[in-house]
Design a protein around this ligand. Structure first.
Ligand SMILES: Nc1ncnc2c1ncn2[C@@H]1O[C@H](COP(=O)(O)OP(=O)(O)OP(=O)(O)O)[C@@H](O)[C@H]1O
Ligand SMILES: [Mg+2]
Length: 247
């Protein structure tokens, strides 16, 4: 179980997250939603210990930073340097190299995990392709394969559904359900709004503070959306057709 207690982040004196407390149970698929700049990526980075923060992050009662191998992270696509000259196979193999230690040659088990993970996301045939020469959806699938190969217990995914095709979306939804059935914990950032959010067991609505933490239908209220977005409400919520989606 992941417990985040009183987590605050400031960048050069400007508060990005204020006293966030939450817990995630094994097998839970949780959506982290909020507008651009709400602090979604910052929260994920702070949980990983990659952002300057105050507060505690415990995994099964022990600070998560002392057991980094149990957590895997799929970064937001805009934060990755796609010109980096590395093949699909090596991107996924890196998940194993971390636990092997640099300089040691990967063994058969690492190769088997890499191959199985790439096959699971239907990317094995492109294993020798440089990562920069893939479509957005294919890149996202490779990063998901990398997370799978790491065999972590906690999955943190930053906007995995942004800019992908239907095939990639279907593969990801399937894999999330499988992982959740295996009692893995998943926290998935999203700035999309609408029926898709019903795929989560629970939603966390963020805008610098945690504004709501409940079942999707309970979080997707007009009142909560207004509190999170203020005057920047997504246009779909100002149109009568979609008003029915929220109570
Ligand atoms: N390294 C940094 N240095 C200074 N400020 C930062 C840094 N990273 C993020 N911020 C600021 O912190 C706030 C939260 O940013 P963050 O990237 O976490 O938002 P987000 O919810 O992930 O947004 P998006 O939907 O656009 O991905 C923003 O105001 C951003 O400008
Ligand atoms: Mg972000």
């Amino acid at each position: 179980m992941l417990e985040v207690e009183n987590l605050s982040v400031s960048y050069r004196g400007i508060s990005a997250l204020e006293a966030i407390s939450l817990s995630l149970m094994p097998g839970e698929l949780v959506g982290l939603i909020g507008p651009n700049g709400a602090g979604k990526s910052t929260l994920i980075k702070a949980i990983l210990g990659l952002a300057p923060c105050q507060g505690q992050v415990l995994f099964n009662g022990i600070p998560l930073r002392r057991q980094r191998r149990r957590v895997t992270y799929v970064p937001q696509r805009s934060q990755i340097d796609w010109d980096y000259p590395v093949t699909v196979w090596n991107v996924v193999m890196m998940a194993q190299t971390k636990s092997l230690g640099w300089g040691r040659r990967p063994g058969n088990e690492a190769k088997r995990l890499t191959s199985a993970a790439l096959d699971r996301v239907d990317m094995l045939t492109l294993k020798d392709r440089p990562i920069g020469q893939l479509s957005g959806g294919q890149q996202q699938r490779v990063f998901l394969a990398r997370a799978l190969a790491q065999q972590a217990e906690l999955f943190l995914l930053d906007e995995p559904f942004t800019g992908i095709d239907k095939k990639t979306e279907a593969i990801m939804v399937d894999i999330f359900a499988e992982l959740s059935a295996q009692q893995k914990t998943l926290l998935v950032c999203s700035h999309e709004w609408g029926d898709n959010l019903n795929r989560y067991d629970r939603l966390l609505l963020l805008n610098r503070k945690l504004l709501a933490d409940d079942r999707p239908q309970a979080v997707m209220t007009m009142d909560n959306i207004q509190r999170a977005f203020g005057s920047n409400m997504p246009s779909r919520f100002t149109q009568p057709r979609t008003m029915r989606l929220v109570s």
